[in-house]
Write a protein that binds this ligand. Structure first.
Ligand SMILES: [Ca+2]
Length: 555
């Protein structure tokens, strides 16, 4: 083994898409996730980790250490006419792959890439990977890439599938008859480990699963393992997960379980319980399958590499999603063999490749136990995610299987990986200064030292805004009033203290406004119309006509 390998660890970063806070075993779930539970038992489990409310913004933060707007992805993949909302990674920052590649890492990626502009799956003739508006993993620091240039997609026929810089013909994979995207991502990651681990250079492997994002599609034998499990309904399941979380110490028992969301009916009033239970069974099967894939990646690292000196990080990008699948042309290709059955309306059971459904708000309410609200919101249910970090050699004598309760955020991933690799974020790119990471390394928490965050954290997505500083969190829905909560006493956000503590609320609002101006967050009311009109020619960016729309105090 070379000297370089001995000092620099492999880094394996694994991301799930739309997985809720309570969806894996060690966070209170009944879904079988032995691989992730093992990772937690070997490392540490963060109980107050945050994403950025949405897939693409979170991925931008995870890859750059910046807030999403700074990285160019203030909303999603569409270009909304301003550098903060251009939909692809800014040139004024580095990706973690670019930095680690410079110091000798092999940089490899399997899964979805959501930070490279938009790709309308209906118009393949407009796809331009690698041009100015569509950076790909290969143009942003990865040596090899297998995966999609879109977030959500059909698991049996993933559009925009690439192998390095070549599109994969879908006919090729359909002919095999056994293709399933989650497995293909796993197999690609295992292949990268097998091929590159024997060399001297350390690995940086980014695995970005689409699971368990809708559409609900999973192999039938996996679904069968959960087929009866959810018939007792969401009310019982939320209570059960919450008890498990309190018993494990994942949540504080002073925080009450939030009530069932007001838009979810009581389970006893559900008209089609078998159909509802099946939705959750497919969702569980998607996670179960991903977890077994992660087990294969960990095994490959043990067999072919120095597992003891491998930093593995697993997290989700945002809270669980209550979104229904849009019932329009944009989702038609997701279930190409059964178009009439692609939505929730037909009474068809979900799960097959000829269906395109989501599991709906009430089950997402279970996934986000004990919190309120969902993906795209910045109340705790939308942004709280599991984060597990393992590095056996570094953990040393620190008791493995611990929990760290200090708040951490997607912006902290890059600084933590850079500390592990004993390097720093470059200050210039092609002769121009770059924006430096906003996050801080949380590796001290892994070593068993106490770890508390000093700096506040901020969020904005679609006009939903929040700031967390110390004990306090100020949060509001788009167009709503600010609410103030004590994260120490009431992390489930049940008792608004803004009326009782107006000075605290005012101070936090001031901090949020300063942050929004510094990070070039625009007023959502100016952007929403543009976001609603997905351009039919996504490769043509709209002109920059919104530069005067920076958020003011009252926007
Ligand atoms: Ca997501």
């Amino acid at each position: 083994m070379s000297k370089k390998r001995a000092t620099r660890p492999n880094i394996v970063l694994i991301l799930a898409d739309d997985l809720g806070f309570s969806d894996i075993g060690c966070y209170g779930s009944e879904i079988a996730t032995p691989s992730l539970d093992r990772l937690a038992a070997e490392g540490v489990q963060f109980t107050q980790a945050y994403g950025c409310a949405r897939c693409a913004p979170s991925q931008a933060s995870i890859l750059t250490g910046l807030y999403p707007h700074q990285a160019g992805i203030g909303h999603a993949a569409a270009h909304l006419g301003h550098p903060s909302y251009q939909g692809f990674l800014s040139d004024r920052c580095f990706t973690i792959a670019e930095i680690l590649g410079e110091i000798g890492y092999r940089t490899l990626m399997a899964g979805n890439w959501q930070v490279g502009g938009s790709y309308d799956i209906r118009y393949p003739e407009t796809w331009r990977p690698g041009d100015t508006f569509h950076p790909t993993p290969l143009t942003r620091g990865f040596e090899h890439f297998y995966g999609t240039l879109n977030g959500c997609g059909c698991y049996y026929r993933p559009y925009t599938l690439m192998d390095d810089d070549r599109f994969v013909e879908l006919e090729e994979i359909e002919e095999s008859g056994r293709y399933y995207y989650t497995d293909a991502v796993t197999d690609s990651a295992v292949g990268f480990v097998t091929e590159y681990a024997p060399y001297d250079e350390p690995l940086f492997l980014f695995v970005s699963y689409t699971a368990p994002h809708w559409p609900l599609q999973a192999p039938s034998d996996d679904i069968a393992r959960y087929s009866r499990r959810y018939l007792r309904g969401w009310d019982e399941l939320r209570a059960e997960r919450h008890r498990s979380q309190v018993d494990r110490g994942v949540v504080d028992d002073r925080w009450g379980l939030s009530p069932r969301d007001e838009s979810a009916p009581a389970w006893r009033k559900v008209k089609r319980p078998e159909w509802e239970a099946r939705r959750m069974a497919v969702y569980a099967a998607q996670i179960d399958r991903m977890d077994r894939g992660i087990g294969k990646i960990l095994s490959a690292l043990e067999t072919h590499s120095d597992y003891e000196n491998t930093l593995v990080l697993f997290l989700s990008d945002n809270g669980a999603s209550a979104d229904d699948v849009p019932d329009d042309d944009s989702t038609r290709p997701l279930a190409p063999t059964g178009e009439e059955d692609r939505t929730q309306q037909a009474g068809v059971m979900p799960g097959g490749g000829d269906t395109c459904m989501s599991y709906g708000l009430p089950w997402a309410n279970v996934s986000n136990t004990p919190f309120r609200r969902f993906k795209r919101r910045v109340h705790e249910g939308g942004i709280s995610v599991p984060l597990i970090v393992s590095w056996p050699r570094q953990a040393g004598s620190a008791r493995p299987g611990r929990m760290v309760h200090g708040p951490v955020h997607a912006i902290d991933i890059v600084p933590s990986c850079l500390e592990a690799a004993s390097t720093s974020y470059p200050t210039e790119r092609r002769g121009s200064p770059v924006q430096l990471p906003e996050g801080v390394s949380f590796l001290a928490g892994l070593r068993g030292d106490s770890w508390e965050r000093g700096e506040p954290l901020f969020w904005e997505h679609e006009g939903n805004c929040a700031v967390r500083a110390g004990e306090w969190k100020l949060v509001r829905m788009d167009g709503g009033d600010w609410e103030l909560y004590s994260m120490a006493e009431d992390r489930t956000e049940l008792r608004d203290l803004r009326g009782e503590r107006p000075a605290v609320a005012a101070e936090l609002e001031k901090m949020w406004t300063a942050w929004a101006q510094r990070c070039r967050v625009l007023a959502w009311r100016r952007m929403a119309g543009r976001a609603a009109q997905q351009p039919s020619e996504p490769c043509t960016p709209p002109p920059d006509g919104l530069a005067d729309g920076l958020l003011g105090r009252h926007s």
